[in-house]
Design a protein around this ligand. Structure first.
Ligand code: GH3
Ligand code: MG
Length: 432
């Protein structure tokens, strides 16, 4: 089974500045929605009670609206005009409505809305907030659509794009396997059954052989009326099946439930493998993934370097500014390290406290020393401002190049000895 080299990215992203637009004339609903959405998504809500307010809100918009929640019946817009406004301004929209019939459904569906939620029970608000959260997280799920028929492929791609997913399309099973190799962010494959080079079953089987289910899930689709088609897909390792022509709500729900399972798995992985304070990998992941990266480099006859980075006089910093500032400093320092090594194959982890480990596979000692030295000088120059106070933070680093037989453990001990010498020699320096 292939271990995809893409690392799990943490779900928490830099602060999203966009707002959520709520267009609702009932004050009670509007206030409750604002409170729930702000508490559960962390995004600020702009509330509008009528179409006039909505047009002003759209004109004044600075950061963009991530999603709009729109009531179909407003005092100055009784026929869903507010929905036309948000949709025509390219804002993904969830309809929140008390009236629902076949004609309303058709109207809503024609606008390619993200979702609709009925105000028909005490669960309505919870359902709506759930839908808002999905609209915000769906872009985290990249879906590969596989179908040799361009028109049907495009149509499905478009449906998924309006569901805010990140979508990639290919026209054959072979292209799908190649795309999965190239684009390690793909998590869900939605494949047609009938394709000339390889049918959907075969593709599902090959995907299952190469990737574990927590990395890539497969959903089969077919217009066949033969019910054994769905069974065939499931037997071949697919997780779900959707019949064509699609009932939009069914498609949405099935994709959403698979995407949610993937996100939950990722959250669990994050809990097991990430450090809670900095979001970097933890010691456990470093020793789980590190030896595999070393082995890959050895197979390619390339060297690997290991470094330990330890913040200088961190205890003093805690004593002087308090533990909370110390925590902030660790977060900012970790972010800085993360960005500094982007673009180079590497594995960075917080070993514990103010100590970080760095693995640089395929890099010679001189190249590693040059790269790390640049980072060290950058940190010393920056001084690490936290809460407007320049902490004057510096870092000492021990570097070791791995011999052909060194275990990761041994290489880290060598790096640790070099680090000790760097501290003895006066700190704020790299020692190899
Ligand atoms: P040196 O330059 O020799 O490395 O000295 P130091 O003070 O950095 O190292 P020492 O090992 O003496 O102290 C490390 C301090 O880091 C002690 C501990 O309280 C603090 N620390 C460890 N983990 C955390 C954390 O998660 N948050 C904060 N704020 N402090 C932490
Ligand atoms: Mg220290």
């Amino acid at each position: 089974m292939t271990q995809r080299s893409a690392e799990y990215q943490p779900l928490f992203r830099p602060q999203d500045k966009r707002r959520v637009l709520v267009v609702e004339d009932s004050k009670t609903f509007s206030i409750a929605l604002r409170q729930m959405i702000e508490a559960e998504t962390g995004l600020k809500v702009t509330s509008c009670g009528c179409l006039k307010d909505l047009s002003t809100a759209i004109l004044r918009d600075q950061e963009g609206y991530a999603i709009a929640v729109v009531d179909l019946n407003l005092p100055d817009a009784p026929n869903g005009e507010a929905l036309d406004w948000t949709v025509s301004h390219g804002i993904p929209t969830i309809v929140f409505t008390g009236t629902f019939d076949a004609a309303t459904r058709t109207r809503i569906m024609e606008r390619e809305v993200f979702d609709y939620v009925l105000k028909d029970s005490e669960f309505a608000l919870g359902n709506l907030v759930g839908s808002v959260k999905r609209a915000l997280t769906n872009k985290e799920t990249r879906i590969l659509v596989v179908d040799d028929m361009t028109t049907t492929r495009r149509l499905l791609g478009q449906m998924l794009t309006s569901q805010q997913y990140s979508v990639v399309e290919v026209g054959s099973g072979a292209d799908a396997l190649m795309m999965l190799e190239q684009d390690q962010e793909i998590r869900l494959v939605v494949s047609d059954y009938n394709m000339p080079d390889m049918d959907g079953y075969e593709l599902a089987r090959r995907i299952r052989r190469r990737y574990p289910a927590e990395q890539v899930r497969v959903i089969g689709i077919s217009s066949s009326t033969d019910r054994t088609t769905s069974a065939g897909f499931l037997k071949a390792g697919a997780h779900d099946f959707i019949s064509r022509p699609f009932v939009l709500e069914e498609l949405q729900c099935r994709i959403a439930s698979n995407a949610e399972t993937l996100l939950r798995m990722r959250l669990l992985n994050d809990l097991a493998w990430r450090d809670y304070l900095t979001g970097l990998f933890n010691r456990r992941y470093f020793f789980e993934r590190g030896p595999k990266m070393v082995a890959e480099a050895r197979r390619a006859s390339q060297p690997t370097c290991v470094a330990i980075l330890d913040i200088d006089h961190f205890k003093l910093l805690n004593d002087e500014h308090g533990h909370d500032v110390g925590d902030d400093a660790l977060r900012i320092f970790a972010d800085h390290l993360g960005t500094s090594f982007e673009g180079h194959p590497h594995l960075l982890a917080r070993l514990g406290g103010e100590e970080f480990a760095l693995l640089l596979p395929g890099m010679s000692e001189s190249a590693a020393a040059m790269l790390i030295e640049e980072v060290r000088i950058g940190i010393a120059g920056l001084g690490m401002p936290v809460r407007h106070v320049n902490l004057g933070l510096t870092v000492s680093i021990g570097l070791a190049v791995m011999s052909a037989t060194d275990s990761l453990d041994l290489a880290l001990r060598k790096a640790d000895r070099a680090l000790y010498a760097a501290k003895q020699a006066g700190r704020n320096r790299l020692n190899a």
